[in-house]
Design a protein. Structure first.
Length: 468
């Protein structure tokens, strides 16, 4: 799951949703969520069992078997993906609009039962909440997508363009060898589309139970990892000398800690700071407006950078995450190394980041090695057409909610489709508390009311994007 721009300083009271799905559809959505959560889809167990359940439900709902494809890499049979195509009415020749693709991943991170107050792999409803691994990231979205497909089929809905929904594997494992990456490389015809909607990002922000704003994700930072390594002759621990690999690396990491990359803004972050400014007051309002200008006010950016989440919106960041060194308690170290993970702004490059790291370390005896080439994720422009379309759907549910385009500091499967040239927008319909996000954590949960709203929102979203 991607990490968003973060909360405002003050909550806003906004209106309640105008409609929920019919009772039968809510019951079906609850049943689907329960079945999916009850299937352990961690990395060890894989997603094929969940994919098979989805395949069976879709065929039972009237989709032809040829339009519901369960597929996995040959060397990962337990990591199945299922792709469904809801076919449009016939169009002729070049006037046929390109399909719309919806993304949802089936895998979840591990959960230790002894750490939870409920069984993490059994959906538990308690005091207005659904508890269970994946209820927030992101079997809630999978259930909403599946229920919407079944509902539309039952209503004999005929879209103007093909709807493709990909329920995918291995997003939590990085998604480099499966999920959309695998499908785009080996079976692009299954998911090729003109635009993609990712339910693993965006959505509504709650604070103290009140609605603040609704995020429309249009971009994300790209991660790239480097290994820093240095060596020294070593020797007996009783004879320390000036050439010590651990001290040399530590000295370099101290310089790295103080590194600040230049301030960079994009169409998304400029729009985001401008929209957030309208919801703030005082110095925060003024600084956000100043940073939204092109070029940005660097003094204002420096003040905003004191907040960790805002700093991540303003520049590429690098941080040491792992360190090791030495080989024996009574011996001088012969080697020391550290892992440094960087999150690049759209448009930045691994070559530039590596050059900055090397310059900052300022020691030719510390090597800087790129672990793997990054998967670049170009920005999907927050165009008026997209913002208006998304806004109409959101406001049909939650009138008056401020809409804010955002760049995620984390990553999702959306980077795969963006890299493949498919504009991708993060448009989850879920509202979550900015101070109680339990995705990947203990006692993961989603509000029952919030889940119900997201089911209706997903239904409206799919119909809107399937229109010509």
């Amino acid at each position: 799951m991607a990490v968003s721009a973060g909360p405002l300083s003050q909550p806003r009271a906004l209106s309640q949703p105008r409609a929920l799905p019919p009772a039968a559809d809510l019951d079906l959505a609850h049943d689907i969520l329960r079945e999916l959560v009850d299937i352990n889809t961690t990395h060890e167990h894989g997603s094929t069992a969940a994919a098979q359940v989805i395949q069976q439900q879709l065929v039972a709902a009237g989709f032809t078997a040829s339009d519901v494809v369960l597929i996995a890499p040959a060397d990962k049979p337990t990591k199945g993906n299922v792709v469904v195509r809801y076919r449009a009415k016939a169009h002729g020749g070049r006037n046929s609009p390109a399909p719309v693709l919806f993304l949802g991943h089936l895998d979840v991170v591990e959960a230790r039962g002894e750490d939870w107050s409920t069984d993490p792999f059994q959906l538990t409803e308690k005091e207005g909440w659904f508890y269970g691994r994946g209820t927030l990231d992101m079997k809630d979205g999978d259930a909403a997508l599946l229920e919407t497909l079944i509902r539309l089929k039952r209503e004999h809905y005929v879209p103007a363009r093909d709807i493709i929904v990909a329920f995918t594997a291995d997003e939590e494992a990085g998604g480099d060898a499966n999920g959309p990456a695998f499908l785009l490389k080996e079976h692009r015809d299954l998911i090729d589309a003109g635009v993609a909607v990712n339910l693993d990002g965006g959505g509504g922000a709650l604070k103290n139970g009140e609605r603040q704003f609704f995020e429309i994700g249009t971009s994300e930072k790209v991660y790239v990892t480097f290994t820093l390594e240095t060596t020294s002759p070593g020797g007996h621990g009783s004879l320390p000398g000036p050439d010590n690999a651990i001290y040399r690396l530590a000295d370099g990491l101290g310089r790295l800690e103080k590194l600040k990359f230049p301030v960079v803004t994009t169409a998304t972050t400029r729009a985001s700071f401008e929209k957030f400014a309208a919801l703030e007051s005082g110095a925060s309002h003024d600084d956000r407006l100043a940073v939204a200008k092109s070029p940005p006010d660097l003094d204002a950016a420096e003040r905003l950078s004191q907040t960790v989440r805002l700093n991540a919106q303003l520049r590429t960041t690098c941080v040491a995450t792992l360190i090791s060194g030495g080989h024996a308690e009574n011996a001088l170290p012969q080697r020391a190394k550290a892992t440094v993970q960087c999150r690049m702004m759209p448009g930045d490059t691994a070559e530039n980041v590596q050059s900055v790291l090397t310059s900052t370390l300022d020691n030719p005896k510390i090597s800087v090695t790129l672990d793997a080439a990054p998967i670049l994720s170009p920005e999907s422009p927050p165009t008026r057409e997209i913002m208006d379309k998304a806004g109409k759907i959101v406001h049909s549910m939650w009138p008056g909610v401020p809409l804010i385009p955002t760049m995620a500091s984390g990553f999702s499967d959306g980077r795969q489709t963006r890299t493949a040239g498919i504009p991708t927008y993060d448009l989850s319909g879920l509202w979550a508390d900015v101070d109680d996000n339990r995705a990947h954590g203990r006692d993961e949960r989603v509000g029952v009311r919030e889940f119900d709203e997201s089911v209706e929102y997903t239904y409206r979203l799919m119909k809107a994007f399937a229109a010509r």
